[in-house]
Design a protein around this ligand. Structure first.
Ligand code: SAM
Length: 292
C-alpha cells in the first residue's frame, strides 16, 4: 500500500479530467441509489474501529460514508474526478484515504499491516464495475490467502448476478466452472442477496448480486503447485461438452488414452464432465497429471 509499491496502480495524469460518456460506461459507473441496499452490504461485514476497510470503486460514495465507521478506510477509485470529489468530502477525516488507483493492478499484499489494530480484520467492499469485476476479484483472491494468514479477511462484493452465481456455484450445477473452482480454492463464498437494476443510476441492463467471501489462509484441499492446478482446471472446463479425458487431452495437449488410464487409476471416470468434479477431485487430478 506504500506509494512506491503501488506506483503501477496509480492513474497517470494524462487520464485526469472528466471522463467521456464512453469511458464512464467502460468504467461501469452505475451508482447505487438505494440506501437500504448500501446498508445491507455494509451489514454483511459490520466494520469496527479495529478494522481496515478497502473500498473498491467508491464512485459517488454511496457506500463510503457507511464504511467510514471502520478504524481505517482506504478507497481505490480509478476516475480522477470522482476520487478528487471524495477526497474533498472526507478531508476532515484522517482515517479515510482516497487513492486514485486501478484496483486490478493494485498491490494488496501489505493490507494486513495497515490495520489500525493488530486484532482487527481486513475487509474489502465494492460495487465492482462489471467489465473488470472478475479481474479485480482475481487480484484480491491471489493476494488474499497470504493476508488471511496474518489477519481475518472478508469481502462483500457486488457483481453481475450471473458472475456472482458462477463464483459461488456448487459442483453439478450449470453455473459451476473454473471461476467457481479457483475462487473456492481461496475463499468460502456465498451469494448474500440479489439487487435489481432499479437500485442504480443509470440502471444497468442486468441484475446484480452481492457475494460474501471469507478468505482462507490455506486451501481447503492440498494443492502442491497452484499454477499447475489452475492449468488443469482451465483445461478441464475448456470444452464443456466434451468428457473429461477429451477436454483435458485437447486443453493440455496430452494423449487421450494415457489420460483415460490416469483418471481411472485415481478413481475418476474419464467419461465424467468437468462440472461434476469437486475441489478435492480437481486436487487429485492435478496431482496425477504431469506438470510443466
Ligand atoms: N461504489 C459506488 C456505488 O455503489 O455507487 C460506485 C460503483 S460503480 C458500479 C464502479 C466504480 O468503480 C466507479 O466509480 C468506477 O469509476 C470505478 N472503477 C472502474 N474501474 C476501476 C478500477 N479498475 N479500479 C478502481 N475503480 C474502478
Amino acid at each position: 500500500m506504500t506509494p512506491r509499491r503501488n506506483a503501477r496502480a496509480t492513474v497517470r495524469p494524462a487520464r485526469a479530467g472528466r471522463p467521456t460518456r464512453g469511458r464512464r460506461r467502460a468504467l461501469g459507473q452505475h451508482f447505487l441509489r438505494d440506501e437500504g441496499i448500501a446498508r445491507r452490504i455494509v451489514e454483511l461485514l459490520r466494520p469496527g474501529l479495529s478494522d481496515l476497510v478497502v473500498e473498491i470503486g467508491p464512485g459517488e460514495g454511496a457506500l463510503t460514508g457507511l464504511l467510514a465507521a471502520a478504524g481505517r478506510l482506504v478507497a481505490l477509485e480509478v476516475d480522477p474526478t470522482l476520487a478528487a470529489r471524495l477526497r474533498e468530502r472526507f478531508q476532515g477525516a484522517a482515517h479515510v484515504e482516497v487513492l486514485e488507483a486501478d484496483a486490478i493492478r493494485y498491490d494488496y499484499a501489505g493490507l494486513a499491516e495497515l490495520r489500525p489494530d493488530p486484532a482487527g480484520r481486513v475487509l474489502v467492499v465494492g460495487n465492482l464495475p462489471y467489465s473488470v469485476g472478475t479481474a479485480i476479484l482475481a487480484a484480491l483472491l491471489t493476494a488474499g490467502p497470504a493476508i488471511a494468514r496474518v489477519a481475518s479477511m472478508e469481502m462483500a462484493l457486488m457483481l453481475q448476478r450471473e458472475v456472482a452465481e458462477r463464483v459461488a456455484a456448487a459442483p453439478g450445477s450449470r453455473a459451476y466452472g473454473s471461476l467457481s473452482v479457483l475462487s473456492q480454492l481461496a475463499a468460502e463464498v456465498r451469494v448474500a442477496f440479489s439487487v435489481p437494476p432499479g437500485a442504480f443510476r443509470p440502471p444497468p441492463q442486468v441484475d446484480s448480486a452481492v457475494i460474501h467471501l471469507r478468505v482462507l489462509a490455506a486451501p481447503p484441499v492440498a494443492v502442491a503447485d497452484p499454477d499447475h492446478f489452475r492449468a488443469v482446471v482451465l483445461a478441464a472446463f475448456s470444452q464443456r461438452r466434451k468428457n473429461l479425458a477429451n477436454a483435458l487431452g485437447s486443453g493440455l495437449g496430452l494423449p487421450v488414452e494415457r489420460l483415460r488410464g490416469r483418471l481411472t487409476g485415481i478413481g475418476i471416470d474419464p467419461a465424467r464432465r468437468a462440472e461434476t468434479l469437486s475441489l478435492a477431485d480437481f486436487a487429485r487430478l492435478a496431482e496425477a497429471l504431469p506438470g510443466a
